[in-house]
Write a protein that binds this ligand. Structure first.
Ligand code: ATP
Ligand code: MN
Length: 461
């Protein structure tokens, strides 16, 4: 493995020999010299390779190099006279490693993100998607480090599950039955007991219930993996397959959870700002000019914290025609969330204590008997980025809530057992990882912050 271009550009001084491997972004062929802008994806910046007639194959191979070709160039690293670059390479040899056939779809002009999605096998070679993937990686590592430093154990939750964490539909079924010949029971319904797992099975919408098992033994755990929702919503904030980060903490209440969420987000933002300075400057310049100021703002100031009831009062008092009417008992829609965080408070907002009727059965029932210990973190541009709650740890309350939701205790026997054997107050949240990357980069569509988006009607690549 040779030095990456990132490593070459980080050299303290020019002068040495270098070998550069990468893809030609642009090639300019002058009479006596060729300029090849070579990028290997290790950083936004590539390096300019300057090739003269003394280079073997100058008139033949070098002159034929164009956008997309893979090359290896060896030569001297010299200080660059050009603006915006420190070094360039004066090549002694240039070898074409992989040529480009007619019709290379990526040209120098800017392509629309819609078009780039149709060539997801090539789009990581663009500035924007390359930068997204580096930011994604940096954020992912920052998340693991944040938890590791605080003694959390990563728990690998299963992807296939028999239970529906939310008690609501929108799951992908996992089956090995032949769709043209499914076994039936006496009443003519599909007999799922003959399916692979002996029951209906699905792709998981959340690792939370399993994370609770982990927390009831290891105190602090988190999951970080893909989750699946068959929601047919063609929005810029929903995917059918997305990554979720779900910490779960024993001996923890809602207010401690809110503190954790704030510390967590801020620490990830700080890390990515340090590690991806060049990429973030690019997003600020080319994608959304509020990227850097928003990141600075959210890392320096504490988040606002209000109850759902206060949020509804603010929204009712706002001189605003919302598309969805707001009133106590209705869920906050994206437009409401964005009003609170973008216009009213102009910073991230943690909304707590939602009406029990609009939240999941496992959330802690407050003393008022009307609200539960739920918590959503709202951020500018995105709205909800985190959803969490203190969990109901009292057996009889949980049984009551399961009944209220029309669920069966049998399906949750092990979840209820956790309340029978050494139950403690505990709390956790789920962060949508792609929404985090969207927030950091300013990318408008969630499909452009995951390498291979899965959405209704599309799962190619
Ligand atoms: P929303 O109301 O935006 O659909 P939700 O209430 O369904 O979100 P939760 O079930 O609380 O979300 O999931 C936790 C987090 O996962 C959310 O805060 C969000 O960041 C993310 N998330 C939820 N659904 C999706 C999706 N389809 N695609 C990408 N991220 C998602
Ligand atoms: Mn949803």
């Amino acid at each position: 493995m040779r030095e990456s271009i990132r490593e070459i550009l980080a050299r303290p001084e020019a002068g040495g020999e270098v070998s550069v491997q990468g893809w030609v972004r642009t090639a300019r062929h002058g009479k006596k010299v060729s300029f090849l802008e070579v990028n290997d994806g290790s950083s936004l910046s590539g390096v300019q390779v300057v090739v003269g007639p003394e280079c073997p194959g100058f008139d033949t191979e070098v002159r034929g190099l164009g956008t997309g070709c893979a090359v290896e160039a060896m030569g001297k690293l010299v200080e660059s006279p050009g603006q915006g670059q420190i070094y360039e390479v004066h090549a002694q040899t240039v070898e074409k490693i992989g040529g480009v056939e007619e019709g290379y779809p990526l040209q120098k002009k800017r392509h629309s993100f819609e078009f780039l999605r149709t060539i997801a096998h090539l789009r990581p070679r663009t500035n924007t998607i390359g930068a997204v993937l580096r930011v994604r990686d940096s954020a992912s590592r920052a998340i693991h480090d944040f938890f590791h430093e605080r003694g959390f154990v990563q728990l690998h939750a299963p992807l296939i599950t028999l239970s529906d964490a939310e008690g609501a539909g929108q799951m992908f079924r996992v089956t090995h039955l032949d769709p043209s010949d499914v076994p039936k029971d006496e009443s003519g319904e599909t007999d799922w007991s003959q399916d692979f797992f002996g029951d209906s099975a699905f792709l998981s919408v959340s690792g939370q219930l399993e994370a609770e098992i982990g927390a009831m033994a290891l105190s602090r755990v988190y999951t970080f993996g893909p989750t699946f929702r068959a929601e047919n919503s063609n929005t810029a904030r929903h995917l059918a397959e997305f990554w979720m980060v779900e910490p779960e903490v024993a001996f923890c209440d809602l207010s401690e959870l809110a503190d954790l969420a704030q510390a967590f987000l801020q620490s990830v933002f700080v890390r990515v700002r340090e590690e991806c300075e060049e990429d973030l400057a690019f997003f600020d310049q080319r994608i959304d000019d509020s990227v850097l100021s928003t990141l600075a703002n959210v890392t320096e100031e504490p988040f606002e914290k209000i109850t759902y009831t206060q949020a509804v009062e603010i929204l009712e008092g706002a001189q605003r025609d919302f598309e969805f009417p707001i009133g106590w008992g209705t869920d906050l829609q994206s437009e409401h969330e964005r009003f609170l965080t973008e216009e009213y408070f102009r910073r991230p907002v943690i909304v707590t204590d939602y009406p029990k009727g609009i939240k999941a059965f496992y959330m802690y029932l407050n003393d008022d008997d009307r609200t539960v210990g739920a918590m959503d973190v709202l951020v500018p541009r995105i709205g909800e980025i985190i959803g969490g709650s203190q969990r109901e740890h009292r057996l009889s309350r949980l049984q009551g809530r399961i009944a209220d939701h029309g669920l069966s205790e049998e399906d949750y026997w092990w979840y209820l057992d956790l309340r029978r054997y050494g139950s403690v107050p505990h709390a956790g949240f789920g962060l949508g990882f792609e929404r985090l990357v969207q927030f950091i980069t300013g990318m408008a569509n969630i499909r452009d912050v995951i390498p291979f988006p899965r959405v209704p009607g599309s799962a190619e690549f």
